[in-house]
Design a protein around this ligand. Structure first.
Ligand code: SF4
Ligand code: SF4
Length: 389
């Protein structure tokens, strides 16, 4: 294929990508990423927390060179989908209690984008007039996808580490198609349009964003703590969750590029459905496994599993210090089969500190057999007794 023919192919492919619902599409080469050293430093400094899958030997090897995962690769198509749905309150909701990151309001983007990419591949083959070998990745692949997107001309990587495009902002999800045909690459996006802005750094409630080099300390990030972290949330970090039961959008909400350029996309696949966009922590605590599985089937929220989501709900109730939640928390403390949820319910009751709470915690202590839950109950009782003195 000569360059002229390649450019015609790319124009048609991009037009079809937009018809399929992608808002951005670009082409890059399978060259090794230029920022690999920074990624390795991020890992070496332990900033990936316990996301072992990001730092294991296989992932390091594959991320070092896209050709490691697909040796025949000659070009990479990078696409983005706009999931911005505007501002929402659940019907009847007076507050933003139980907040969920926007990307999780609708269907699971892995499924939606993979399906759209598969449709795009059918078109690529029809344009090429022959079968095209490919590998498709939606977030889960061992690729440094934001760097690929920047190299494909889609935008720059902001101080909040998100890909930002000057026409749509950063409420986008990325996916890649590695192809065994050559396509002329787009020019990389070389401008850094964050300028002197530091809104995301200043507004991050946990100081998780480091400006130079641009990186996030996952150990501190609410998105990591609420979604990826398994088991107990360290006590000193629970207050950081504030109202977030799943993820955190603050560093994108405050970004001027989103405030000025984000376009509401009424993409039905990303529209809120069921109880979303807000999840009442009270309702979550009443949810058994069967209901959880049914309600969050096909939703990104299922990634936390029931244990993580109800753990987060307990923490939010504790942060709210809302004595209307005492009954839900006490029921959870004495009746939930999951010790992680019981432990966080005990903590939350200790934060609320109503006169009834001491009795509830003491009763639960009598019957509890899990050592970690017993520690949480005792800590809550100690906290309450210190408050009295
Ligand atoms: Fe900070 Fe939230 Fe952004 Fe994480 S997602 S870096 S906690 S503002
Ligand atoms: Fe860049 Fe400011 Fe947006 Fe942060 S808030 S990503 S510094 S433009």
């Amino acid at each position: 294929m000569n360059v002229k023919q390649g450019l015609q192919y790319v124009d048609k492919i991009k037009a079809h990508a937009y018809d399929l619902g992608f808002c951005l599409c670009g082409v890059t080469t399978p060259e090794p990423p230029a920022h690999l050293d920074e990624y390795h430093k991020w890992l070496a400094d332990g900033l990936h927390a316990d996301m072992e899958y990001m730092g294991n030997e296989r992932a390091r090897h594959s991320r070092a060179n896209p050709k490691e995962i697909f040796p025949e690769c000659k070009s990479i198509l990078v696409v983005a989908t706009n999931y911005y749905q505007g501002e929402f309150l659940s019907p009847g909701a007076a507050t933003t209690y139980g907040k969920v990151a926007r990307y999780a309001w609708g269907k699971d983007y892995h499924t939606v984008m993979k399906h759209r990419l598969q449709q795009l591949m059918v078109f690529v083959e029809s344009v090429a007039g022959k079968p095209v070998k490919h590998r498709l990745y939606v977030d889960t692949g061992p690729l440094l996808e934001r760097e690929l997107a920047q190299r494909a001309g889609l935008g720059w990587i902001g101080k909040n580490t998100m890909l930002i495009n000057h026409d749509v902002g950063s409420w986008t999800l990325l996916a890649e198609a590695m192809l065994d045909i050559w396509l002329p690459p787009d020019d990389p996006y070389i401008d850094d349009r964050c300028g002197s802005c530091t809104f995301c750094i200043d507004e991050c409630p946990t100081d998780a964003i480091m400006s130079e080099p641009r990186r996030i300390d996952s150990n501190k990030c609410i998105s990591y703590l609420t979604i990826e972290h398994r088991g107990a949330i360290p006590v000193h970090k629970r207050v950081d969750l504030d109202d977030w039961v799943f993820g955190c959008d603050i560093c994108q909400d405050v970004c001027p590029w989103n405030n000025r350029f984000a376009k509401v996309e009424h993409d039905v696949d990303f529209s809120p459905s069921g109880p979303l966009p807000h999840l009442s922590p009270h309702n979550l605590l009443n949810m058994d496994q069967a209901e959880f599985s049914k309600k969050f089937s096909g939703s990104p929220v299922k990634r936390t599993k029931r244990s993580g989501l109800l753990r987060n709900a307990s923490v939010v109730l504790g942060n709210r210090v809302d004595n209307k939640s005492i009954h839900s928390l006490a029921t959870s403390l004495t009746g939930d089969p999951d010790p992680i949820i019981r432990a966080h319910s005990a903590w939350a009751l200790g934060q609320i500190g109503d006169a009834n709470v001491v009795n509830l915690l003491s009763d639960a202590q009598e019957n509890e057999i899990d050592a970690d839950v017993l520690i949480e109950i005792q800590s809550a009782l100690d906290e309450l007794s210190n408050q009295k003195e």
